[in-house]
Design a binder for this molecule. Structure first.
Ligand SMILES: [Zn+2]
Ligand SMILES: [Zn+2]
Length: 73
C-alpha cells in the first residue's frame, strides 16, 4: 500500500520522519502519517498527484484525470 511513498529523513532511531506532500487541487500541505492523503494508483506512477480529504470527498473518491478510485496512502 505504501510502496509509492518515498520516505525521507529517516534517522538513526528508525523514526520515519515527516514526508510532506501537497494537495494537487488546493495545494494544502499534507503530512504522510498525520493527514489523510489520497492518490490515484494509475496517475501517481506518472505524475505525483495527491489529494486531501476535502478534495477526496469533493471528487467522490475518483481521480479527476482517469476516474479510477483514489486510494489512501
Ligand atoms: Zn485539497
Ligand atoms: Zn488517475
Amino acid at each position: 500500500m505504501n510502496a509509492m511513498v518515498k520516505l525521507v529523513g529517516t534517522n538513526s532511531a528508525g523514526h520515519l520522519g515527516w514526508v510532506v506532500k501537497y494537495c494537487s487541487i488546493c495545494n494544502r500541505k499534507l503530512v504522510v502519517g498525520n493527514d489523510a492523503i489520497y492518490s490515484c494508483p494509475k496517475c501517481s506512477s506518472v505524475s505525483n498527484l495527491h489529494y486531501c480529504l476535502a478534495d477526496y470527498k469533493r471528487l467522490h473518491g475518483k481521480c479527476p484525470h482517469c476516474k479510477s478510485d483514489l486510494v489512501p496512502i
